[in-house]
Ligand binder design. Structure first.
Ligand code: GAL
Length: 545
């Protein structure tokens, strides 16, 4: 890895808040032609113009669900829960792109940087990077044989991939929000009776006395004996996760304490804690540890820490001010990561695999997976491919479906993904019960169990060498031009390749890279490399021979 400093970088930048930040300069000389980079510093901000070639393909910039190759696109790294088009808006935008030429560049900024891939400036094709309000930036360049190696280096910059709890590799289930203690325990018992392997039960907003904003206090009507409920679930073999967000309701026991360390705007009447401030973290994490983790809670779902520009502007505005000096734009980019950090402090040594709805730069070492309220199947599958370019883990969660086929296809994709989640928060009963398909659901959950050793090995690699557990084909097979457009197949670890079918499909084109030899995972029969049509209602899953 290499570092280039341009102009006068800002002081509130991601690297400063990353405890495991480890810049290890490469001893090899850099191949990237940094001398061709041009810059300008205007009233609008700091701009860089990077060289680019014809035939060069670009990927990344965080969790991008709406599009694939970055070529020809203008993308703004704006935190947004409801992206409409391929504009860069994302739960987790990251100013880090990778190139098919075997390099990647990350910009150390929380600003909503704008990227334009392939504009013509002064008769030269370039990538323009514009950082509003900045007078300079540190850029980090990574080089490797393929994109997987480039991304691994980026992940190592923040201390390597997340160490996740083994139980987090199973199937995780979130219950109907309005369930009470008995109903939660009943559904736990139903999974046991029906031999449906579920390793975690998550409680949604109904566990709290106030949820929008949050009190972090149990709703005594539904949960008269929280400790008893958590103990019962744990005795049944479940890990327990609680939904929340950080906007703190005036009724919360920590409200008065945390208010002075919060932003100047409220959200849903709640304070917005400044997690860049040590006091805010100590108060928030201390309370969670003492009142919730101590009961046996070993995971949290950190909701609403993104923002929305298209659905009601419910979060804090960009002009907000925080005690640590962040403005609203910077804090939106930092919020998810800092929230994960605060909650990790509350969890202490307890291993977890939790959830968060926003992340950003230098996220790899946090055991948190991203999720969304969006629900387009193709976008969810694409997310598994795109998250791996930026040190992120993505859950293509399953909620409702309109048919057994749709439910099972969605579940199959979840079973093959880095985080296997059924999020039934608005479903009064387990969502597959609407269809006659319990046996098929059981088979899929058993498949997840069977695949756990593959995931375990993949996550071990993530921790040690920064290699993302699931990756697009172009990431591993960067020099194979056929892989460049494929956003619906992905690698699991270094042995398996998944090409899940979409709802309604019983056939699809599959590409198995020519560089390797392959067999069908289920039958063990060898399958010729290259393009072919998969026909059938099973799961296109292949293993390297
Ligand atoms: C949403 C979240 C859902 C669910 C819901 C509960 O913000 O994305 O998964 O938790 O809140 O109100």
């Amino acid at each position: 890895m290499y570092k280039l400093t341009f102009g006068e970088p800002e002081t509130l930048v991601p690297s400063r808040f990353c405890d495991n930040f480890r810049f290890v300069p490469s001893s090899k000389s850099m191949k990237y032609p940094a001398e061709l980079i041009e810059v300008s510093n205007t009233a609008r901000g700091y701009n860089l113009y990077l060289p680019c070639d014809d035939g060069e393909d670009f990927y990344g910039l965080g969790l991008q669900l709406k599009g694939w190759r970055l070529n020809g696109h203008e993308l703004t790294m704006r935190v947004n829960a409801d992206p409409r088009e391929f504009t860069g808006d994302s739960h987790a935008p990251v100013p880090f792109f990778v190139s098919s030429k075997g390099y990647g560049i990350w910009f150390d900024t929380f600003r909503y940087a704008e990227f334009r891939f392939g504009g013509i400036r002064n008769e030269k094709k370039c990538i323009s990077v514009s950082i509003p309000g900045a007078c300079g930036v540190d850029a980090y360049i990574f080089e490797a044989e393929n994109i997987t190696g480039v991304c691994a280096e980026y992940n190592m910059l923040s201390g390597g991939g997340a160490k996740v709890a083994d139980w987090g590799l199973g199937t995780l289930y979130r219950c109907y929000s309005k369930y009470n203690s008995d109903q939660v325990c009943d559904i736990g018992q139903y999974f046991i009776d029906k031999k449906l392997p579920i390793s975690m039960i998550g409680l949604e907003p109904g566990w709290q006395s106030r949820a929008y904003s949050c009190s972090y206090v149990w709703n005594k009507d539904n949960y008269p004996n929280p400790e008893g409920t958590v103990t019962s679930l744990r005795d049944m073999g479940y890990h327990v996760n609680l939904w929340e967000h950080a906007f703190t309701h005036p009724d919360s026991p920590i409200y008065e304490q945390i208010k002075p360390y919060s932003g100047d705007f409220t959200v849903w009447g709640g304070a917005v804690p400044d997690f860049a401030n040590k006091n805010a973290v100590d108060i928030f994490a201390g309370y969670h540890k003492e009142k919730l983790v101590s009961l046996g809670i070993d995971g949290f779902k950190l909701d609403e820490c993104d923002s929305s520009d298209y659905t009601g502007h419910w979060s804090f505005p960009h002009c907000s001010e925080f005690p640590s000096g962040f403005d609203g734009e910077q804090y939106h980019s930092a919020f998810g990561i800092l929230y994960c950090k605060a909650i990790s402090k509350a969890l202490g040594d307890n291993e977890t695999f939790s959830q968060v709805r926003s992340m950003g730069s230098l996220a790899a070492s946090y055991p948190f997976a991203l999720y969304s309220d969006l629900y387009d199947y193709n976008e969810f599958r694409r997310g598994v491919c795109s998250a791996g370019f930026s040190g992120l883990l993505w859950a293509p969660e399953v909620r409702h479906a309109s048919s057994a086929d749709e439910f099972l296809k969605r579940l199959a994709t979840a079973v093959l993904s880095p985080f296997c989640l059924i999020n039934a928060w608005y479903c009064e009963e387990a969502p597959w019960k609407a269809f006659d398909c319990e046996t098929e659901v059981r088979n899929l959950l058993n498949l997840r169990e069977e695949l756990q050793p593959f995931f375990k090995t993949a996550y071990d690699e993530y921790v040690k060498n920064g290699i993302s557990p699931c990756r697009a084909l172009v990431s591993d097979y960067t020099n194979d031009i056929e892989t460049r457009t494929i956003d619906d197949e992905f690698m699991i670890g270094d042995k398996l390749l998944a090409a899940p079918l979409a709802p309604g499909e019983n056939s699809r084109e599959v590409y198995l890279p020519l560089q390797d030899r392959w067999k069908d995972y289920f039958t063990g029969k060898s399958v010729p490399s290259g393009r072919f049509i998969y026909n059938g209602s099973g799961i296109p899953l292949y293993a390297k021979i």
